[in-house]
Every structure is written in structure tokens, then in C-alpha cells.
Write a protein that binds this ligand. Structure first.
Ligand code: SAM
Ligand code: DTB
Ligand code: SF4
Length: 463
């Protein structure tokens, strides 16, 4: 099933390089296995689900592993009916850090021959070995890892609104909003609070659960008045029951804290590409500047949304380089947007004409690698969807993408119509993720197909 040359990459997805969580040195109060008998591996419900397929090659249970459900029942769990299974589905807590804490006892997961874990010590070579797998193996692997950590039928829908468009002093070579480029974008003043909240209400009615406000700024800086209004927007959209995200450029620690207090869920701040390629794309700020804002956001307890763009003239080693930076951050981002360059007329990249268009297969390779090395992260299929067919987008969902931007506009460029996306969801059997609800328990976990190895079980085995 796995090529001999790729066995090293596959076999090392979790231990021995796996980060041993803090819980390894402490005594966790979590029971070794909270699985009710019907969930344990020994009941093997394979025959029920596999139908005409050959028996699922479940390994015998060893002393160090247990089918531990990672979604313990708690008062903040939200139940939801699923269309495919009679039992009510359970959800993890919505807070990303809360989910991470609950999983701190976990070393890794296995389903069939596929192993995965949340690691922070990836080397570039290991990531490159995964990235370079034959596409059929990579897709199979990513799809399996996706099912070990997520319910693949659930896709988050986010809506973008540009609350301050154009006139940006940065020189990002791809951007329609930079003053260095003569594009169709006309600089406009910051939108009024009420206008923004009206847009949030419309987004909510259209089924979006995360509302993302973007501003064409290098940094929030000393824009005190605008910031006061933004805090009101965050509070207002949060009060409507939406998750709220902002992307306003660089932030100080104090500004991040104020946004957190106003109810901000996530902050988008992309690294765009590898540290090596970055100076060829942007010269007016450094990679280090971006990492500093990401740290400020993380320290304020806001979920980090950080990803990049394919099509900036980078080569594959830059794509691996970006993934390496993301996967070795102190915490994996809550979400990683993968954008395909929207080549806007008048921008430096549109004019260069040097680069080929990003293909769907390149997107699949990037998304699949992100899914495997950051299994608990939401991977967002972001800008560029208009240039991909439904079948191509389907491949991207199969590769592990579980979030999109919906609505017919991104910030300044077009996105598929809302109705088109709803048709696509219906055709693919996908459904939107509710707001303020954690991810659904993966059916593969619920049905006992995923073996979860925990620190406690390992310690017990050693005793
Ligand atoms: N000014 C803020 C900043 O740069 O962080 C926030 C807005 S900025 C437009 C948000 C992100 O959109 C960028 O970091 C970039 O990754 C992405 N983006 C911008 N223009 C794009 C384009 N033409 N194609 C694909 N992604 C783009
Ligand atoms: C992200 O990674 N992609 C979104 C969001 N974060 C802010 C932005 C895409 C912008 C595409 C170009 C435009 O519409 O101006
Ligand atoms: Fe400005 Fe952001 Fe566009 Fe760069 S990406 S020019 S910082 S709006």
C-alpha cells in the first residue's frame, strides 16, 4: 500500500519524533479509557459499516493503546443530529486551545496502516518526503488522517468583508489594494459600524458562521478612532452569535488583548510563503514582523489563522518551507488558509507574466500535506476557487480542506455565488459547521476504527 521509498515519511508521522506532551511527566486525572463498551475496539463494528468490503485490517489491541474517545461529554458539548447515523453526534469544545488541552494526554492515532500525531518538531526533510509522495498516496494518506481527526462531511463557511479597502502603503506584489499598483480598486474610507453589522447579519442569514473583517493596512498602529469602531464591530457580530475574525495588519500585544476582550475568535495574519522567498514578494515588512504579530495574537488567547498563497513564483521547496514554519510554531494555527493567487490586473505579479497559473493538483498537494502534518488544524480552501471546477474542489475537500469563504466577494475579488456553493455542498454531501460549536466527533473515532495512544496508557504499560 505504501511505497518502500515513502515508508520513512509515513512511518514517522508520529512517534518517535512525536512531542511528548507535558502530561507525560504528570499524573492526569483522565481515566485510561472512557469508552463505553459499545465504542471499544473489541466490539469491531466493521462488518456493519464495511458492507461488501473486505474486513478492515484492525490490529489486535496492545496494552499501550486504547480506543479513547477524544470527545468526553461535558456541559458545553452541543449535540447535533447527523443524517447518516442514528446516534446523536457529539462535538468537541469550540475553543481551539481548550481542545488542545483536552488532547494533551494524546501521543498519536492510528487507523489501519496510517499513523498521525500533532507534532511540532517536523523537519523540512520529513515534510518534503510527504509533499513529494505520489499524488495518489498523498491523497489517500491525507484523506485517512482527515477522517481520524474530523468528520469529513462538515465544512466551515466564513464570510469576508473588506471594512477598509485600498490605499495600503505596503508593497505586497500580489495585492490589488497596494498604492504601488494601479488596479480597479478605489480607496474607500473605513465602513461605519452599522453598515458592517448589517453585512454580518446578512452573512449569518446566508448560513455563514464566521465573519471576517479585513482592512488594507500595514498595521493597526495609532488608528485609535478606527480601532474603537472595530471593537464595536467585533462585539456586535459576536453578539449575533457569529464567530468573528479580523485581519488588520500588524498588532501590538495590547491591541490583541483588547480584541480578545471584545470577543474576537480568530486573527488572520498570513506568512504567504517561505522565509527565503518572502523578500521577493514583499519588501516593506519582514517575516519576523509577521511572526511577532502571530505571537501577540497567540499570547492574547486568540486563535491564529495563518497560511499562504500559491502562485507567487515560489518553487516547491518554498511551499514546504512555509508548511515547515507553520507546523513548528509553538502551537499549530487553528486554521491555515491556502490561497491560489488571484492575478489582479495592474499588480506586480499580474504584470510579470512569468509564472504559470496554480493548478488544482498543486493545491491538492499543499492542502494534503498541511492536513497530514497539522491534523487538528482547519485547512481553508481560500482565494482562487473560481478558477477550479467542482470536481477539482471536491479533490481539495478529499485532501483535507474543511473550510471555505462563501459569498460572491472575497475582499476585492470575486468568489463563487452562495447558491453555487450550496449546490456543490448538496452534490458532495457536505454541510456547514454551526457557529460556536466545536467540530463533530469523527465517525471513524465514534465507530472505534481509530486507535488513540495516550501517555497514561504508555506509562501504565511501562509500570
Ligand atoms: N492588510 C492585511 C494583511 O496584509 O495582513 C489584511 C488584508 S490582506 C488582503 C489578507 C491576505 O489576503 C494577505 O495576507 C494575502 O495572503 C491574501 N491575499 C491578498 N491578495 C491576494 C490575491 N490577489 N490572491 C490571493 N491571496 C491574496
Ligand atoms: C486569506 O488567507 N485569504 C483571504 C483572507 N485570508 C483575508 C483574503 C483573500 C483575498 C483575495 C484577494 C482579494 O479579494 O482582494
Ligand atoms: Fe496592504 Fe495587506 Fe494588501 Fe499587503 S496584503 S498591500 S498589507 S492590504
Amino acid at each position: 500500500m505504501i511505497r518502500a521509498t515513502s515508508a520513512r515519511a509515513i512511518g514517522r508521522l508520529c512517534a518517535p519524533g512525536a512531542r511528548v506532551p507535558a502530561a507525560a511527566t504528570t499524573t492526569s486525572s483522565r481515566p485510561l479509557s472512557t469508552a463505553p463498551p459499545s465504542r471499544s475496539l473489541s466490539t469491531v463494528q466493521v462488518t456493519q459499516v464495511s458492507g461488501s468490503m473486505p474486513p478492515f485490517p484492525l490490529p489486535p489491541l496492545h496494552g499501550h493503546s486504547t480506543a479513547l474517545p477524544p470527545f468526553p461529554d461535558t456541559s458545553d458539548d452541543i449535540s447535533a443530529e447527523t443524517s447518516f447515523h442514528p446516534a446523536p453526534a457529539r462535538r468537541a469544545p469550540n475553543d481551539f486551545l481548550d481542545r488542545e488541552r483536552r488532547a494533551e494526554d494524546e501521543i498519536g492515532r492510528r487507523m489501519g496502516a496510517t499513523e498521525a500525531s500533532v507534532r511540532h518538531d517536523w523537519t523540512k526533510t520529513e515534510i518534503a518526503e510527504i509533499f513529494d509522495l505520489p499524488l495518489h498516496e498523498l491523497l489517500y494518506k491525507a484523506s485517512t488522517v482527515h477522517r481520524m481527526y474530523w468528520d469529513p462531511s462538515e465544512v466551515q463557511q466564513c464570510t469576508l468583508l473588506s471594512i477598509k479597502t485600498g490605499g495600503c502603503t505596503e508593497d505586497c506584489s500580489y495585492c490589488s489594494q497596494s498604492t504601488r499598483h494601479k488596479t480597479f480598486v478605489k480607496p474607500t474610507p473605513t465602513m461605519k459600524v452599522q453598515e458592517v453589522l448589517e453585512a454580518a447579519r446578512r452573512a449569518k442569514e446566508a448560513g455563514s458562521t464566521r465573519f471576517c473583517m479585513g482592512a488594507a493596512w500595514r498595521e493597526l498602529g495609532e488608528k485609535k478612532n478606527a480601532f474603537r469602531h472595530i471593537l464595536e464591530m467585533v462585539k456586535g457580530a459576536n453578539g449575533m452569535g457569529m464567530e468573528v475574525c479580523c485581519t488588520l495588519g500588524m498588532l501590538t500585544p495590547v491591541q490583541a488583548q483588547q480584541l480578545k476582550e471584545a470577543g474576537l475568535t480568530a486573527y488572520n495574519h498570513n506568512l504567504d510563503t517561505s522565509p527565503e522567498h518572502y523578500p521577493k514578494v514583499i519588501t516593506t515588512r519582514s517575516y519576523e514582523d509577521r511572526l511577532q504579530t502571530i505571537a501577540n495574537v497567540r499570547d492574547a488567547g486568540i486563535s491564529v489563522c495563518c497560511g499562504g498563497i500559491l502562485g507567487l513564483g515560489e518553487d516547491e521547496s518554498d511551499r514546504v518551507g512555509l508548511l515547515h514554519v507553520l507546523a513548528t510554531l509553538p502551537e499549530h494555527p487553528e486554521s491555515v488558509p491556502v490561497n491560489a493567487l488571484v492575478a489582479v490586473k495592474g499588480t506586480r505579479l499580474e504584470n510579470s507574466g512569468d509564472f504559470d497559473d496554480v493548478t488544482a493538483l498543486e493545491m491538492v498537494r499543499m492542502i494534503a500535506t498541511a492536513r497530514i502534518i497539522m491534523p487538528r488544524t482547519m485547512v481553508r480552501l481560500s482565494a482562487g476557487r473560481l478558477s477550479f471546477s467542482e470536481a477539482e474542489q471536491f479533490m481539495m475537500f478529499q485532501a483535507g480542506a474543511n473550510s471555505i469563504f462563501n459569498g460572491d466577494k472575497l475582499l476585492t475579488t470575486d468568489n463563487p455565488d452562495y447558491d453555487e456553493d450550496m449546490n456543490l455542498f448538496a452534490k458532495l454531501g457536505l454541510r456547514g459547521k454551526p457557529a460556536h460549536a466545536g467540530p463533530l466527533e469523527p465517525p471513524a473515532v465514534r465507530d472505534g476504527f481509530v486507535e488513540v495512544t495516550t501517555v497514561r496508557a504508555k506509562l501504565q504499560q511501562a509500570a
